[in-house]
Design a protein around this ligand. Structure first.
Ligand code: HPA
Length: 246
């Protein structure tokens, strides 16, 4: 049984350092997850990997079945989730390739299924989400990053936007005024659903581009993917160093 899950995002639909043992198709009461769960080991420890956008990177952020993904992971015995996510950098020092372990978030998404607690309830449920990420797991990621000498941003606010389009400059200015440091499209409701099921969830965010209006590069998928390939190498090393510490 694997107690550690890695949810891969754009730029991480497969993990070279994962020694794959088997795949498992899991059906849930909330529908189908993004793909089969991929079991294997990293640094000799069992992990389960789930590419958030599907094995062929075909599911856009607003169409991901976040409930099925999180439910499936919990169903197979996962306790800790490292969620890798590509983001745009709003804060000037969050340049392409840099990693951040956010400690806060603001949710700007809409129209997504955001809770497991809505039907056939005995009582209304409100989870505590004061600290949206699991601090224990965040600290382990940061410790591993330090061991590797990576220049990881140790805290910051993640803005979850609806996508799939990128933002306007005015929208990014607004996010900055709101106190957001990075912007991505998949952080919510994933983190809240993990909390609802009692999973320890942390995000490893990788800056793919400067957010709209913040850099001189045109925001194209090709450019984003090129920038990501640098950051994802650090993510792979970070995962290898983090997993033995869990
Ligand atoms: N905005 C939102 N999501 C993103 C971005 C961005 O600039 N880059 C990668 N994911």
């Amino acid at each position: 049984m694997a107690e550690i899950a890695i949810i891969g995002g754009t730029g991480l639909t497969s993990l070279h350092n994962l020694q794959i043992v088997r795949r498992e198709v899991v059906h849930t009461p909330y529908g189908e997850p993004s793909g089969p769960l991929v079991y294997g080991s990293i640094s000799n420890k069992q992990v389960v990997f789930l590419p958030r956008h599907g094995p062929g990177h075909t599911i856009p952020p607003h169409k991901i079945n976040y409930r099925a993904n999180i439910y499936a992971l919990q169903e197979v015995g996962v306790k800790q989730v490292i969620a890798v996510a590509a983001v745009g950098g709003i804060r000037a020092d969050l340049t392409p390739g840099r990693l951040m372990i956010p400690d806060q978030m603001i949710d700007y998404t809409w129209g997504r299924s955001t809770t497991f607690f809505e039907d056939s309830l005995k009582q209304v449920v409100h989870i505590d989400f004061t600290e949206p990420y699991c601090n224990d797991l965040r600290l382990v990621l940061l410790k591993a990053g330090k061991q590797l000498g990576l220049n990881i941003a140790a805290q910051g606010v993640y803005a979850a936007t609806q996508g799939p389009r990128l933002e306007t400059t005015a929208e990014i200015n607004r996010l900055e005024r709101d106190g957001c440091d990075i912007v991505g499209m998949t952080g919510m409701p994933e983190a809240a659903l993990a909390r609802e099921l009692g999973l320890c969830y942390a995000s490893c965010s990788v800056v793919a581009n400067m957010a709209a209006g913040r850099g001189d590069e045109a925001l194209t998928m090709e450019q984003i993917e090129r920038n990501l390939s640098v950051g994802m190498e650090d993510v792979r090393r970070l995962l290898e160093a983090t997993i033995p510490l869990l």
